[in-house]
Design a binder for this molecule. Structure first.
Ligand SMILES: [Zn+2]
Length: 558
């Protein structure tokens, strides 16, 4: 595990949410922002019109609405930095003095920036600061006294978003006529113009911030997250937010999410029960089973229930059972009319990362992450076993080719070639998979990796992932385990669901695969397109390059 993730494991606030205290101390009015400290802005094409290799202050033209948008960010307490590639310096098209004159003109028109980070190199220099490398993002975060994951970068081309992601920052793409369609498809967050990007940054920041505390004391909170391991893991930050405001947290999960539920900090007790309106392959509705679930929930003495769902799932059937169990404070996201089933009916626009979507529901229910917790995925340290000693030193690369949904799995022949390319580049590769994926992991690992298929449960896999330099994985549970361990991810992301919602959260990431493939947004569990084109065309050399971008070296270190 990363050092910076060790301390806050299992953080629990043991007291009842002290609503009156907090209100009187003023901490509700001006707490530390939950998501972002800083906004990083690309210069040419984002803040000002792109004039190639411009060394002339007279040619500086801000994009429409830039000044007012930047002033909104400043007024919200966000620090601002410019992060810009200026290869014109390396090519001798203008000098440092001219560039500084241009920057002075930019500040004259747009107001002061807290930092300017410039890459003076050209592609051929092989530096680590020219976007899409993440160097400028790391440098900006450092200069602003924060971390990349607490930054959001706004830019007009794919390089900007890629640099942000490779540092673990959020990236917003504001396309211009020169932005390529594949760059727009690959971006997880797209805004129509700079003012719209700013409005959405501020909206997301505000949405995870409760405007009022819970309507009464919360001794026992029931949180619900059915569905699979990944779904449970991405709900972790929101569950910790609820835990910070409750004496005791009971989690209702399904059988497929149970192993992940065991790993979550903040959970005191787990009730496992399948919900046939959520499960992807549900059994028939069993009235007796639902009666017994209702009775069991009724015995918990719940003060407040918070029902987390994905955007295509309904919280309402469970809300009805909770009402029948006598629970009188229920919060959930519902676009469907809930009648009297919900006390807090929350709504979220599409495209918001799942962890933030859940945090915004927790906020609507009156809960926020404490100031000393970060909105990152986390695991209970005491729930993760020691890593098997026979795997050697940390610093290997984990390749996890499978997925519960085959539409999101890496084709075995591609995974095999990736193992070969990584091994050739000097990486040690461990190939992981579940018990039913042994045939695939054996075949893939035969190209030079170590086959760990079927050898671990989820907690054991978490231990292996935590000591990796990077994880190469599709959109499936282990990607979120990596995020929870702070381990960089090469995401082989099938676009069946939006990357902006389901991509690895707040961890350095490189996205590969065809984001515009015809399976895009189909939510298909098995690939609807012959040849699985979104991932079958991944070039193994791109995986090697991605590891280099993430500063993962082939010598085993990072
Ligand atoms: Zn550079």
């Amino acid at each position: 595990m990363r050092q910076d993730q060790e301390d806050p494991y299992q953080r629990r606030s043991a007291q009842v949410y002290a609503a009156a205290d907090r209100a009187s101390s003023g901490s509700v009015a001006s707490p530390r922002p939950v998501l972002y400290d800083a906004v990083l802005l690309d210069r040419d094409g984002t803040l000002i019109e792109d004039v190639p290799y411009n060394g002339d202050p007279e040619k500086v033209r801000p994009v429409p609405g830039a000044r007012a948008a930047l002033d909104r960010l400043r007024a919200a307490g966000l620090r601002l930095a410019v992060v810009t590639n200026q290869s014109g310096l390396a090519r001798g098209y203008f000098g440092g003095e001219q560039m500084l004159a241009v920057h002075a003109r930019v500040e004259e028109l747009l107001g002061r920036f807290d930092a300017w980070l410039v890459c003076p190199h050209d592609d051929a220099d092989g530096c680590d600061c020219r976007k899409p490398a993440p160097g400028l993002v790391y440098a900006a975060a450092r200069e602003l006294g924060t971390t990349p994951s607490r930054c959001v970068l706004v830019g007009d081309i794919g390089r900007d978003v890629a640099a942000a992601m490779a540092a673990g920052a959020a990236g917003v793409l504001v396309p211009t006529p020169v932005t390529r369609p594949e760059e727009v498809a690959a971006a997880g967050w797209v805004a129509t113009d700079l003012p719209a990007a700013v409005a959405e940054i501020l909206r997301r920041q505000q949405a995870v911030q409760p405007s009022t505390p819970p309507t009464g004391p919360v001794r026992t909170a029931l949180v619900v997250r059915s569905d699979s391991a990944g779904d449970v893991l991405v709900t972790g930050p929101a569950i910790r937010a609820v835990a910070a405001g409750a004496e005791r947290v009971v989690l209702l999960c399904g059988p497929r999410g149970r192993a992940a539920a065991n790993l979550l900090p903040g959970v005191d007790e787990i009730i496992e029960h399948p919900l046939p309106w959520i499960d992807p392959t549900p059994g028939p509705v069993d009235p007796e089973a639902l009666r017994s679930l209702t009775a069991r929930l009724g015995a918990v003495d719940v003060d407040q229930a918070v029902v987390f769902t994905s955007f295509h799932q309904s919280a309402l059937p469970l809300a009805l059972l909770l009402r029948m169990a006598g629970i009188d404070r229920i919060a959930a996201i519902s676009d469907d009319y809930p009648g009297s089933l919900l006390d807090v009916r929350h709504r979220v626009p599409v495209g918001v990362p799942e962890p933030e979507r859940a945090l915004s529901l927790a906020a609507a229910a009156g809960h926020r992450l404490p100031d000393d917790d970060e909105p990152v995925l986390r695991l209970r340290r005491d729930a993760v076993p020691p890593r098997p000693a026979d795997l050697g030193d940390p610093g290997y690369v984990v390749l996890h080719p499978g997925s519960a949904a085959s539409s999101r799995a890496c084709p075995p022949e591609v995974a095999t070639r990736i193992v070969g390319a990584l091994t050739d580049a000097g990486h040690r590769v461990l190939v992981t998979g579940g018990p039913d994926e042994r045939a695939v992991t054996a075949r893939v690992a035969a190209a030079g990796g170590t086959d760990l298929g079927g050898r671990t449960d989820l907690a054991g896999l978490a231990a292996i992932v935590a000591d990796a330099s990077a994880v190469v994985v599709g959109n499936t549970g282990p990607a979120h385990l990596a995020a929870a361990a702070g381990v960089p991810v090469v995401s082989l992301f099938a676009p069946t669901v939006p990357f902006g919602q389901w991509g690895p959260y707040r961890v350095p990431t490189v996205r590969l695969g065809d984001a515009a493939a015809p399976c895009r947004d189909t939510r298909a569990a098995s690939c609807p397109v012959p040849g699985h084109p979104c991932l079958s065309a991944v070039d193994p050399d791109d995986v090697v390059d991605a590891l280099r971008t993430l500063a993962v070296s082939g010598g085993g270190g990072r």
